[in-house]
Structures are given as structure tokens and as C-alpha cells.
Design a protein. Structure first.
Lengths: 201, 201
DNA sequence: TATGAATGTAAGTGCTTGCTTACATATCTG
DNA sequence: CAGATATGTAAGCAAGCACTTACATTCATA
């Protein structure tokens, strides 16, 4: 569960990372350029010299952190594993990705409707890719006779939905002290339910 | 899927409902008091006469829509049904509750940083009731020998998580034209997966 | 009919915010 | 060393914002 490493060498990168954190924490409107500058240890005017406007800075933050290949590379890796084990790996990888990228996910999840089409599309592409990747894994497993007949894309939504809701609640809503269990235990139970709910026989 | 009816008789109520919609759509900071006034068909000063400040108006909006029980009373109704049917009823009721209250849910989701204490409290009151109701149903079903052994609270999170994520994507993210299927079909698949994943044998 | 409560109109105040301008300083490079 | 490049300091502008004040109007009811 390591956090994302960024090269914080140039002023530009420092500003981008600082902006990411602040936009995530306080929202776009709740963050001022003075605040970003102060926390980044630069002069406010430097931000405008690099990014022209707050709006464009925001776009660059989004562009820099929009990420696609979240699950894609994982498919070949898990294709030969036993079903339950594969699901566990997928679940953990997905949860890890969410956790590492939680800042950008928070921005997109809570402000998406208030921003231009461009950002909408990035988020859309991300979600679509993940659903379809997992759905295609399920289809493969059906052909192998391991999974029963089901709508594989709906199944993908079910599986990822459990995990996303769990992530969402843990990261943003629930106070730590109220946690039921650690994430491995919970993932194991989720996978058990889902696996025996989708397996043939 | 009817939307929540409010008495829009008094000026006060009209302002509260207008503010709810706008805060939900544009966020607290993205909504101006002028805008609320205009859309509510009143003078801006009327808002301040009623609510003193924008901040207090926001609080009243939250207070007014603090959740009432969502699943309560459903247990006895469902206790004697076949398992799958019971899950379907629960899922639909839950999805209905979310849909009816989508505005306030959206506000709580995006403004949680602004009001950590209050929103946490309301959120917990809402979620706890649902989790516990469902968990206690699962426990009962285990005792009856219908369900296998599992952590009933985690199972409740799995089930509600699928539905919540589905709701979240449908309401806030996915453009209508891209929908896979209608909600009844999806709920049926969710219930199938979950039921066969939790049933004994 | 007279009074008071609710609402409207209009003007304005003080603050914050994104962004600009002008000028100074440091550092690197040819 | 000379010039270019990146950054800092400081002041300030124009707009938008929440909120206020003063006064007028409507309307129910005592």
C-alpha cells in the first residue's frame, strides 16, 4: 500500500503534486492559488507563469494522473490461476490501485459533474476499461466451463462494486476506529461469496 | 422510483428545496445565494431573513434531510419469504431509498470535508441501521440453516456495496444511453450471484 | 380601517480571489 | 563577463461574493 512516488525535482512538478493534494482535500473551488503557492513553497505568480490559469492547472493535474492500465496487464498473469486465487489477486490489485490513486479518484468522484466534458471522458474511459477487462476474464472462464452462465459485464460490476464501496467507505467515510476487520479478511470473504456465487455447479 | 414529495407551500420550504438541488448539482461553494434566490423566485434578502447566512441555510438543508430509517420494518415482512425473493425485495427497497435521496447523498459525499462531524454522524446513523438490519437478517437465516457460515456484517457490506456502486454509477456517472440493462435485470443478477454465494451447500 | 408580518427593490460595503504588472535577484551557460 | 532563464517581492486591479441597510409594497386579520 505504498503511496505514489513522483519526481519532485522541478518547481512545476511540486506545484502539480501540491495542487493534486489540495484539490482532492478541499475541492477545486475550495482551493486558492495563494494556498497552493504557499504549500508548494513558491510565489503565486510562478503558478501562473507555468500554467496560465487555475483552470488549466487543474486540467494538467487531471491529465497527469489519469491512468488506464490498471487491470489490463493482470489478465495474462492470472489466467492460469485457480479461480478463487485469481479473484483475490484482482481484488487486491484493484484495491491497491484505488488506494494509491485516491487523490485523483476523490477529485473525479466528487467533482466530475461540475467539470468539462474532457474530464468526464477520462473517468469514463477508466471505468469502462476496468469493467470490460474483468468481463472478458469472466467470459473466458465461462468458455472453460468453470463459470456458470451469467451476464459477464454485470458480474464484473458486482465484483468491482463491492470493492469500490468498501474502498469508498474506508477512505472517505468511516472513521478508522469503527473498522470491522483488516482488508485482507474482508477481501477473502468477498471473494468467497462471489466465487461460489458464480462458479459452475 | 418516485421522487420525494415536499410541501412547497411556504417561501421557506421553497428556498430549502431549491438550495438542496443547487448544492447537490454545483456544490456548496459553486452555488451563490443570488442563484438560489433567482431559482426559488424570491429576493436574495429573503434568504438571509430566513436563514441568517449561507452556512446556516446549508445546515438546515442537511438537517431537514437527515435520513430516516430505510430498511426498518422490512425484516418481519421479508422473514418468511424464500431467500432469493427476500434479497430482491431488500435490494429494491435499498435502491429506491438511495434514488429518492440522491440529492442529499450527493451533497454529503462531496461536502464531507466541510462538515466532517455532522455528516459523519448522519452517514453513520443511516448506514449503521441498514448494515445491522441486513446483518441480523443474515444471522437469522444462518440459524435456520439456510445460509452457510460467514461473517454476516461483511456479507451485508458486500451485498449493499454492489447495489450502492451500481446506484452511484447510474446516477452520477454513466450517461443513460450507455446503460447495459434496466435495474430489475441487474438486481436479479446481483441477487443470483449473492444468493448462490451465501446459501448452504 | 389600521397594524404588523412577510416580502420586494435597490444600493452598497467589505472581503476574497484569480490574475497582472513592474522590478529585483539568482543561477546557469556561452 | 554578458545574457538568458527561472524565480521572488510587492502592489494592485476588476469581478464576484455574502451580507447589510433603508425604504416600499402587499396582505391577512384584529
Amino acid at each position: 500500500m505504498s503511496s505514489q512516488q513522483e519526481d519532485l525535482t522541478t518547481t512545476r512538478e511540486i506545484i502539480l503534486e501540491t495542487a493534486l493534494k489540495l484539490f482532492s482535500k478541499k475541492g477545486y473551488l475550495g482551493t486558492t492559488t495563494r494556498e497552493i503557492a504557499k504549500k508548494a513553497g513558491t510565489a503565486e505568480v510562478t503558478i501562473f507563469r507555468h500554467f496560465t490559469s487555475k483552470e488549466k492547472l487543474f486540467e494538467e493535474v487531471i491529465n497527469k494522473h489519469s491512468f488506464l492500465p490498471a487491470l489490463q496487464g493482470l489478465l495474462p498473469e492470472v489466467a492460469e490461476m485457480p479461480y478463487t486465487e485469481a479473484l483475490t489477486v484482482i481484488a487486491k490489485r484493484f484495491l491497491d490501485t484505488l488506494t494509491i490513486r485516491k487523490d485523483i479518484i476523490k477529485i473525479m468522484h466528487s467533482e466530475i459533474q461540475r467539470y468539462p466534458e474532457k474530464i468526464h471522458k477520462i473517468y469514463h474511459a477508466f471505468i469502462d476499461e476496468i469493467f470490460k477487462t474483468l468481463a472478458s476474464y469472466f467470459t473466458t472462464m465461462q468458455k472453460k466451463g468453470i463459470l456458470r452462465e451469467l451476464h459477464s459485464e454485470v458480474a464484473a460490476r458486482a465484483f468491482l462494486g463491492m470493492i469500490f464501496s468498501y474502498f469508498d467507505a474506508e477512505e472517505f467515510l468511516i472513521r478508522k476506529k469503527y473498522r470491522i476487520d483488516n482488508s485482507d479478511t474482508i477481501i477473502k470473504e468477498f471473494v468467497d461469496i462471489f466465487a461460489s456465487g458464480t462458479i459452475k455447479q
